[in-house]
Design a protein around this ligand. Structure first.
Ligand code: XBP
Ligand code: MG
Length: 247
C-alpha cells in the first residue's frame, strides 16, 4: 500500500466553517417564517436534529414528528429546503460566515507541498460553491463533491468514494478532516483515515473512528488535543497529517 499523503479531503459544515448554529439554522427558521409556519429551531433542538444529515431530510423528519403526513412532509420539505438554500446562499454572499481558524493556512501549505485539496460534503451545491468561493476561492480545491452529486448522504461513504474517484487516488493516499460522528463514519467506511476537529455541537459525539480529535486546527498558544498525540497541540500542519496517515 502507498502511504504517501497525496490529498486532504475536507468536510465543509462545522469543519471549514462553523455554519450550523448561526448559518443554516437561521436560514431554516427564515424559510419556516416565510412559508407562514410557526416552527422555529432553537440552538439546542437544532443540535439534536443534526443527527439527520441533509437539510431536506432534516426538515422532512421534523415535519413527520409534528404530525404531517408522509406525502405532505416530503413535498413541504422540498419547497422549504429550496427557499432555505436560496436564503443561505444570499447570506454567504454578504460575508456573514468566516472560515475556521487555521483552514486558510493549511490549504495554502498543502498546495505549496503539492498535496491535493478536496471537499466532500453533504451540503447542497447551490450554497457550497459560493461559500468555498467567498472564503477560500474555488480554484484552491482540486475536487469538490457535494450532496447534490451523490444519492446517499453521510454517514454513507458515497461522497468519499466519489471524491477519491475524481482525485484518482486510493483511500490509503488521502486523509479526511471532519467535525462530526456522521462525517467520521462516512470517511472510515470509505477506508480513509480521518481527523476530527470538533465544535460545540459535535464535541460530545462518538468520534472513536477518528485517528485524533482536536478542538481546532490552529490557535495561538496551541489547540486542545482531546485524543491523540500530544504533539498535535501545535495544530494540524502538513507534517502532522503526514504522520497521522502512517501512525
Ligand atoms: C452537513 C449537513 C447539511 C447541512 C445543511 O453535514 O448535514 O445538511 O447541515 O446543508 P456534513 P443542506 O458536515 O457531515 O457534510 O441544507 O444543504 O443539506
Ligand atoms: Mg460536518
Amino acid at each position: 500500500m502507498n502511504h504517501r499523503l497525496r490529498a486532504v479531503i475536507f468536510d465543509v459544515d462545522g469543519t471549514l466553517a462553523d455554519t450550523e448554529r448561526d448559518g443554516h439554522r437561521v436560514a431554516f427558521n427564515e424559510a419556516f417564517a416565510a412559508a407562514g409556519l410557526s416552527y422555529r429551531w432553537d440552538v439546542a433542538e437544532y443540535g439534536d436534529l443534526l443527527t439527520t444529515t441533509g437539510g431536506r431530510r432534516r426538515i422532512e423528519r421534523y415535519l413527520r414528528s409534528r404530525q404531517h403526513s408522509a406525502d405532505e412532509a416530503a413535498a413541504l420539505a422540498t419547497k422549504l429546503h429550496k427557499d432555505k438554500t436560496r436564503r443561505f446562499a444570499t447570506r454567504i454572499r454578504t460575508g456573514a460566515l468566516d472560515a475556521r481558524p487555521g483552514t486558510d493556512q493549511l490549504i495554502s501549505d498543502l498546495r505549496a507541498e503539492k498535496v491535493a485539496t478536496a471537499v466532500a460534503t453533504t451540503g447542497t451545491k447551490d450554497w457550497v460553491l459560493p461559500l468555498l468561493d467567498t472564503l477560500f476561492g474555488l480554484d484552491v480545491f482540486d475536487v469538490v463533491v457535494t450532496g447534490s452529486d451523490v444519492t446517499e448522504l453521510k454517514p454513507d461513504p458515497a461522497v468519499y468514494y466519489e471524491t477519491l474517484a475524481r482525485l484518482g487516488l486510493s483511500a490509503g493516499e488521502a486523509i479526511a478532516i471532519e467535525d462530526s460522528a456522521n462525517g467520521v463514519q462516512a470517511a472510515q467506511a470509505a477506508g480513509l483515515r480521518c481527523v476530527a476537529v470538533v465544535n460545540g455541537y459535535t464535541r460530545d459525539q462518538d468520534l472513536s473512528g477518528a485517528v485524533a480529535v482536536l478542538d481546532d486546527m490552529a490557535r495561538p498558544g496551541g489547540v486542545g488535543v482531546l485524543r491523540g498525540d500530544p504533539q498535535l497541540r501545535n495544530g494540524l500542519t502538513v507534517a502532522a497529517l503526514r504522520r497521522l496517515l502512517v501512525a
